[in-house]
Write a protein that binds this ligand. Structure first.
Ligand code: 2M8
Length: 433
């Protein structure tokens, strides 16, 4: 693909995946609307199709529950071929009338996308409509999902992280013994070249078991929080939540809205981020915290580097983080065709080159690293990463993820956030030098 064709081809992917009010992540594997996908997708649209970006965010926010949880899937009643399907979740007593939704969340990228939408459109009326919903969602995360008032949200399920089968969750899942599982049939394996691209049956049994627990407590956080065997302060989720809180603050200022609550959230996160996620600032890596086992989850994955995106940590520590970007743990020069960061470090025992979140390169994680490098003025390094992402998609296409060794695409083809973030990268993400 020539560089000149890249923008047009990326737009064609989004065109193909547009379903009237929202965009599906993939025309085959994911036929409904996913929460953090939509926020990434809306960012791409802000550059050339504002009304689609608006509709994308409107549609996802319309699925918000009474308690302000923003579900990770809004189901399209016309679409089929995905498990777990809408009937499985039993969320009717929470979801808006007439809408079919899942019952868990995903990383809160939405306020970041909403601010970007405003910068391109100056559409004050629209962000006034979104603001209370976004604020409600952040409050849900920082109250219902943080009874400890640590300043950071807890996830109940690997699907909430967006990094479904990351080795970060192996230990927490290993101690779970799925019992009394309903009969279920996966459909994901019908849409990939090899079964090893997707999570295992053991993973899926645990995913379903955890949803069964949520259903048993009718998704009531107070009960769930006491009983859930999987409770993690996820470092990527909370990095995004901090960036999203800053975006929400900007939106509040634009709208002249009261902002003391948002300032309090931000203050708490700034005071405690390092203590919560960085056991050794000399090392410069960040880890999730397992609330059940009461310890850090020390796995070498891209998540350990993502806090650079928040801009919350002092530069001397981030300088150490940046050194890891070139380290053999991640993408040693010479062993990877493209100098990008894989989801799991190459020399770790759990690295798998084409298995989903256990090794392949993903565009959204590298996009976050790119933005973080720019924030700290590592401009040369940032540009190298941006160029490598564009080279990768130009050579391999808009796949869901890529083998770090040879850049070959895996998972779904025509994957929407790969296309939308390519568009954003072609516009340098609106960052000003
Ligand atoms: C993947 O997750 C879904 C479950 O939510 C699945 O595997 O069926 C993840 O990569 C997630 O991050 C993403 O939002 C979703 C849709 O692209 O697919």
């Amino acid at each position: 693909m020539k560089i000149d064709d890249l923008l047009g081809n990326a737009k064609s992917v989004l065109e193909k995946n547009w379903r009237g009010k929202h965009t599906v992540p993939s025309p085959t594997l994911y036929p409904h609307q996913w929460s953090w996908d939509s926020a990434f997708i809306a960012m791409g649209y802000t550059h050339y199709a504002l009304e689609r970006g608006c509709s994308e965010l409107d549609n996802i926010l319309n699925g918000q529950w009474k308690n302000c949880l923003l579900p990770h899937i809004i189901f399209d009643p016309e679409a089929s071929g995905y498990f777990p399907d809408p009937n499985y979740w039993k969320t009717e007593s929470h979801s808006p009338k007439g809408m079919l939704t899942s019952g868990i969340v995903q990383p809160p990228v939405h306020a970041i996308a909403a601010l970007k939408y405003y910068h391109h459109s100056r559409g004050e009326k629209i962000i006034r409509r979104w603001f209370p919903r976004l604020k409600g969602f952040h409050r849900y995360l920082l109250e219902n999902r943080d009874p400890e008032r640590s300043g950071f949200a807890t996830i109940y399920h690997p699907w909430e992280s967006g990094f479904d089968n990351s080795p970060r969750w192996d230990e927490a899942l290993a101690r779970i013994e799925p019992r009394d599982l309903p009969e279920y049939k996966r459909s994901d394996l019908d849409h990939v070249k090899k079964a090893e691209e997707r999570p295992t049956k053991e993973d899926y049994d645990r995913y379903i078991y955890l949803v069964e627990i949520l259903k048993r407590f009718n998704y009531e956080d107070e009960e769930v929080y006491k009983e859930m065997p999987f409770k993690i302060k996820d470092v990527v989720f909370n990095t995004i939540l901090y960036v999203a809180n800053k975006a929400l603050l900007e939106l509040a200022k634009i709208l002249g809205e009261e902002n003391s609550e948002i300032l309090e959230w931000i203050g708490r996160q700034e005071d405690r981020f390092l203590k919560q996620f960085c056991p050794d600032p000399e090392e410069g890596l960040f880890y999730d915290y397992d609330l059940v086992l009461n310890h850090f989850i020390k796995r070498r994955t891209v998540a350990a580097l993502i806090p650079i995106y928040a801009g919350i940590v002092e530069k001397p520590i981030i300088e150490k983080t940046v050194q890891w970007l070139d380290h053999s743990h991640f993408c040693a020069k010479g062993t990877c065709k493209f100098p990008l960061i894989p989801s799991t470090s190459l020399d770790s025992p759990y690295f798998k080159h084409i298995t989903y979140w256990r090794g392949p390169i993903w565009i959204n994680t590298n996009w976050m690293l790119y933005q973080g490098l720019r924030t700290y003025h590592f401009n040369e390094h940032a540009e190298r990463l941006r160029k490598a992402m564009l080279d990768l998609v130009r050579e391999s296409g808009f796949h869901e993820y890529f083998d770090p060794h040879n850049g070959e695409g895996h998972g779904s083809d025509n994957f929407s956030w790969t296309a939308s973030l390519t568009i954003d990268l072609l516009y340098k993400c609106d960052l000003v030098d």
